[in-house]
Design a protein around this ligand. Structure first.
Ligand code: MN
Length: 335
């Protein structure tokens, strides 16, 4: 759907937004996830957070022609406000791409304003370029933390050699909100390579600390508000306890394997939302498992999203569209 139609008309003053694939970024209230009954144990005396709900993906879509993802939130059953400061999660489970002799797969130049995009790759390689002059490749184990803030254009494609050879792509993109005071900060770019990320050995597994702290290690990501992002691998039978402030929203995405969270089973492809009712989350791996644990201090401000923009008011969204059309987001490289 062309962006103009979301305003109830095809307004030439709001367009042309057709020069970027906003369609790929318009997230409506889809039925992309379904609730799975969580048989949470209430009132655990140990300070372990109980499980509010398990969300399972039911729909996948393409972002451009490169990323086959499910938008776990925002969705009908899972609002951005509940996940704050996280706004959106697109998850692309491992998928095989055939070799491509010519051309490229991905999504071309498009703007963002008001938040950060965080891209994680476990398999495959994503090539990124923005009009602030940053470019890089997000390879297996790498994380790219891009601050769009006041405004940026970027493009996201499969890396060229990966495209030619083909292979598996396994990735996630999160949108992390910025508080009102920081939505006008200059754009930023943090290429976080696998080797920059502390790996903590736990009994029966590893915890990679991307943001926040775990067991005395601090992740390299610089964030505007407190965020914890842990990439966890556990051998079957291992239990992991993660202290998190009770006020932080917290969820875990099972990428591989099966775990129990406060007695509630969750398997690959499921997202576990924890209640804000304890001092830590506890995961028990029932098979060799890969889990991404995400948490952060909620930003208690209005969220107004329109396609690639996330602001606090509709007026600020209109401003973003005007600013894109007036070139305020800067030029986009020709080549
Ligand atoms: Mn983007």
């Amino acid at each position: 759907m062309p962006p103009g139609r979301l305003w109830g008309r095809r307004s030439t003053s709001f367009c042309p937004l057709t020069d970027f694939p906003a369609r790929d970024y318009v997230v409506g209230m889809t039925q992309a996830t379904q609730l799975v009954p969580a048989n949470a144990k209430l009132g655990t005396p140990t300070g372990t957070r109980t499980v509010e709900a398990i969300h399972r993906s039911t729909e996948f879509h393409w972002v451009g022609d490169g990323f086959h993802v499910s938008t776990y939130f925002p969705s009908v059953n899972l609002a951005s406000e509940r996940m704050s400061p996280f706004l959106l999660m697109d998850y692309g489970p491992a998928r095989e791409f055939k070799s491509l002799a010519q051309g490229k797969r991905g999504v071309g130049w498009h703007p963002h304003r008001g938040f950060e995009t965080v891209t994680l790759a476990w398999e495959g390689k994503v090539a990124h370029r923005d009009n602030a002059g940053n470019r890089g490749v997000i390879g297996p184990g790498d994380v790219q933390w891009m601050t769009a803030a006041s405004g940026i254009f970027h493009e996201e494609y499969h890396e060229e050699q990966f495209t030619r050879q083909g292979g598996r792509m396994h990735m996630m993109q999160l949108w992390v909100n910025l508080p009102k005071r920081d939505k006008w900060a200059p754009p930023g770019y943090q290429p976080i390579l696998k080797g920059d990320i502390p790996v903590i050995d736990v009994d029966g597994g590893t915890v990679r600390v991307i943001a926040g702290t775990y067991a005395g290690a601090t992740g390299p990501a610089r964030t505007f508000t407190p965020v914890t992002m842990l990439d966890v691998n556990l051998k079957s039978g291992t239990q992991l306890d993660i202290p998190l402030p009770e006020s932080f929203n917290a969820f875990a995405v099972v990428a591989q394997g099966r775990v129990r969270a406060s007695g509630t089973p969750a398997q690959a492809g499921e997202l576990v939302v924890f209640n804000n009712d304890g001092s830590h989350v506890a995961l028990v791996a029932e098979s060799d498992s890969h889990v991404i644990v995400l948490s952060g201090e909620p930003i208690d401000e209005p969220i107004v999203q329109y396609g690639p923009f996330v602001m606090n008011t509709a007026e600020e969204i209109r401003q973003a569209i005007f600013d894109v059309n007036r070139g305020k987001f800067g030029p986009v490289p020709e080549d």
